[in-house]
Design a protein around this ligand. Structure first.
Ligand code: GUN
Length: 288
């Protein structure tokens, strides 16, 4: 039976640590950190995420500023708002909830965010720093995976890590981080839709990270006995939520596995809060 990697509990611990940092700041007479979120349109999934982010900020005593814009807003006006937030002293970090309506360029929007206020770590400047191993804002999902591994005492040094998926926000950054000497020092293989023999690779993995976006695609025969499985997928089905891993089949074979829900998911909001507190500290020259 695989040990469950309890993302819910680890995320709660991180939020508690951040809450006491915020408390210490306010006890010193400083203002709490502030995250601004821009949400364009009415996408229902975005509504859920944005609400969760707001609640999480408030629960740890941070400020949260929501800018809900109508679907038809022009790209120019959106860029203008980002510029205003870039220039406002009391905004420490921001993000623009994705997806955006088709008439707005995601690339332009991400690049308009000041790199030192980039809560999501999506700006090319920050992703470039990540690639060279410099201190930066790490995108929330990869940052959450690193914390899950660290706080579950899962060794990565010299391990065979296989990542399935090559997105800019999960696959590529987690692969870069885990190969980097000080944040993983692992041997990393990245698989994607053109990979010829997926099972050949997944079977070799000591740590398998699945961010493929395919419900229950990882079956028992695809994993090595005693592997560690990190499931980044989240899919709504009639039977409830499931991940990219067939949990029921895979769990008995492995040493440890993240459940869905309750694994990687809860970590992302916790890491968003962490990035915001980090932005605050850097901008205000504060060491706690
Ligand atoms: N939409 C889905 N995931 C994310 C995320 O991590 N950041 C932003 N800004 N939008 C998202």
């Amino acid at each position: 039976m695989g040990r469950l990697i309890d993302g819910k509990q680890i995320a709660a611990q991180i939020r508690a640590e951040l809450a006491s940092e915020v408390e210490e700041l306010t006890a010193r007479g400083k203002r709490p950190p502030c995250l601004a979120v821009i949400w364009v349109g009415e996408d229902p999934a975005s509504a859920t995420y944005v609400r969760a982010k707001g609640k999480a900020c408030q629960k740890i005593g941070m400020n949260f500023e929501l800018h809900h814009l109508e679907e038809g807003i022009s790209e120019k006006d959106l860029l203008k708002l980002i510029e205003e937030l870039n220039n406002r002293e009391e905004i420490d970090a921001m993000l623009v909830q994705l997806p955006l309506p088709k008439h707005i360029s995601e690339k332009k929007v991400i690049e308009a965010i000041a790199p030192n206020k980039d809560a999501d770590g999506f700006h090319p400047y920050n992703l470039g720093r990540l690639l060279i191993g410099a201190p930066t804002f790490i995108p929330c999902t990869p940052a959450g995976i690193l914390e899950l591994l660290k706080r579950s005492q899962i060794e990565t040094v010299g391990k065979e890590v296989v990542v399935i998926g090559r997105s800019n926000i999960v696959g590529k950054p987690i692969a870069a981080l885990l190969m980097q000497k000080n944040t993983g020092n692992a041997t990393v293989t990245v698989c994607h839709t053109a990979t010829k023999n997926l099972t050949f690779h997944t079977k070799r993995a000591d740590i398998l990270i699945v961010a493929a976006g395919q419900p229950k695609m990882i079956k028992a025969e695809m994993v090595k006995d005693g592997a560690v499985i990190i499931d980044v997928g989240i899919h709504r089905t009639e039977a409830g939520l499931c991940g990219d891993v067939d949990f029921k089949e895979v769990e008995p074979k492995v040493a440890a596995i993240t459940p869905v829900p309750g694994g990687v998911g809860p970590m992302t909001v916790a890491m968003l809060l962490k990035n915001t507190v980090q932005a605050y500290k850097i901008r205000n020259n504060i060491v706690l």
